[in-house]
Design a protein. Structure first.
Length: 406
């Protein structure tokens, strides 16, 4: 059994007695050295975690193999950007009990003196800055860290053409606490190093001309940053997304994302969900990042590597779109973390790939299997004439994973 225990801001006066009692019930307790200092009564069964999440999970796993009750100390609240997600994914068969702590979000909104039930939340600690929301229609709490400092967040906002008011909280409830409200221009020039900061960015109206483009499908091909990486053409993207039937809160997986054109448009449809784009090619990865920044898409996460190996980093998804499989289509279909009733859409340009896809879907009990082929013809004007320009024929296969629709 695992107890995931929130320790709030990491000061003893904010640790309730109930938390001490839970720690005492554990056979082994793992956490950072700073976290352990909050429980001086604990004299044995102490294991220190490194900053390496893989090593940390391995240490916890070895303790569980000894049939020990393991307590894992996490800063803030376990439900807010903590180790909890990784623990549930790694130890899915283990009973996990979660014990709340005071989060940095609670502190920063308390300092600001405003309610936070309608706020938005995002972390750029260890993530691309493009995960920042493209529009700011409600107070948005931003966890910073690592290379993504508050100053860099402010600079990105200025690059997007907005200069919102921002409340800055650093080392909240510690003697060297910083708390002030300023605008993005002032924060971008802030002289002090801010290593434990959380921001509240207040609502404003976007002036980024690309934001309107990010909110529609069928974006003209020329508006994407393309390089030499093949890209799904607009005429095909529209049909793929229509077959995918993406809804507002869906989680979407794009396998073989290429330039990210489908991921960008899928993210617009799943405005309150998340898109996970898996891509192994280095040049394509850079194009995805560049397009994510250009279209200011916040709900897109690039996962570098190949499928199905990287599926371990993806939570259950409602929709899977397969654009490239590197000859491993059957394995990808078999292992994709698609929920029961989820939609799968794949594209192919050869009959052989179509046959393999249809066989795999049928053998794995997919339902509502449908195949269409599309060959679009564009008619660009050349001097005084409009000449046919045929695009490659593309097959689009769609299906629904068998089982009850969730």
């Amino acid at each position: 059994m695992i107890h995931v225990i929130g320790i709030g801001p990491g000061r003893s006066e904010w640790i309730p007695q109930a938390t001490h009692e839970i720690v005492a019930q554990c056979d082994a307790v793992v956490g950072s050295s700073r976290a352990m200092q909050l429980f001086p009564e604990r004299k044995q069964g102490i294991f220190y975690l490194s900053g390496d999440i893989v090593q940390s999970l391995q240490r916890i796993g070895s303790l569980l193999e000894e049939n020990l009750v393991v307590g894992v100390l996490v800063s803030g609240d376990p439900g807010f950007f903590s180790l909890l997600s990784a623990l549930r994914r790694e130890f899915s068969e283990e009973k996990i009990s979660v014990h709340p702590g005071l989060s940095s979000v609670q502190f920063v909104f308390a300092r600001a003196g405003i309610p936070w039930q309608d706020a938005a939340f995002v972390s750029v600690h260890g993530r691309d800055l493009a995960s920042l929301p493209r529009t700011l229609l409600k107070p948005t709490a931003v966890l910073t860290g690592g290379v993504n400092t508050p100053q860099k967040v402010a600079q990105l906002l200025l690059e997007r053409g907005i200069n919102p008011r921002i409340s800055l909280g650093n080392s909240l409830c510690y003697p060297d606490e910083v708390w002030e409200t300023l605008d993005a221009e002032q924060l971008a020039r802030y002289p002090q190093k801010l290593e434990q900061a959380i921001l509240i960015i207040y609502p404003t109206y976007p002036h980024n001309p690309w934001q309107n483009n990010a909110m529609r499908i069928g974006i003209p091909d020329r508006e994407f940053i393309r390089g030499e990486v093949p890209m799904t053409k607009a005429e095909i993207r529209v049909q793929v997304l229509a077959k995918a039937q993406i809804t507002l809160t869906d989680h979407v997986l794009d396998v073989g994302a290429g330039t990210g054109s489908i991921s960008i448009e899928a993210a617009a449809l799943a405005g309150e969900g998340m898109v996970y784009a898996i891509e192994s090619d280095g040049d394509a990865q850079e194009l995805i990042r560049a397009n994510q920044r250009k279209f200011a898409v916040s709900n897109l996460q690039l996962i570098t590597g190949t499928a199905p190996e990287e599926f371990a980093k993806v939570p259950p998804v409602d929709v899977c779109i397969i654009g490239g499989s590197r000859g491993r289509l059957r394995e990808i279909i078999e292992k994709v973390p698609l929920v029961s009733g989820g939609r799968l859409v794949m594209t192919a340009v050869t009959l052989e790939s179509v046959v393999k896809g249809l066989e795999a879907l049928s053998q794995m009990s997919y339902q509502d299997i449908d195949t269409v082929s599309i060959q679009a013809i564009r008619w660009p004007k050349i001097q005084d004439f409009h000449m046919a320009q045929s695009l490659n024929q593309v097959f689009i296969i769609s299906a629904r994973k068998g089982g009850e629709v969730g």
